[in-house]
Design a protein around this ligand. Structure first.
Ligand SMILES: [Zn+2]
Length: 104
């Protein structure tokens, strides 16, 4: 009797990995603001705890957020003189929480 040995054919599939270049759509170019911040606004020290605002800021909405490391509260302001929108973050745990310019 003759026993035929089964030959194993190992076929190797090389998976071709597709290199897909992700092209993120470039955003529309932002217009540089024609008007500059007014003098008191440009003098505000940003991202620094307890930095003062200025007298012409009008207080807007107020909100609170739990940041895990403590409560942060946010107050929106709008400058009466130049129209800049500011947000003041009060957070005891963050020395760099303070004024942030939202839009102008
Ligand atoms: Zn201003």
């Amino acid at each position: 009797m003759y026993a035929s040995a089964a030959t194993m054919q190992a076929s190797r599939n090389t998976a071709l990995s597709k290199n897909e270049a992700m092209n993120t759509n470039a955003q529309a170019p932002q217009k540089s603001p024609a008007t500059a911040l007014c003098e008191p606004c440009s003098g505000i020290q940003r991202h620094w705890r307890k930095a003062p605002g200025h007298a012409e800021l009008v207080q807007g909405t107020h909100s609170r957020e739990d940041r895990g490391n403590g409560q942060a509260s946010f107050t929106r302001y709008r400058c009466d003189r130049c129209g800049a929108a500011w947000e003041y973050e009060n957070n005891k745990a963050n020395q760099h929480a303070g004024w942030a310019l939202l839009s102008h």
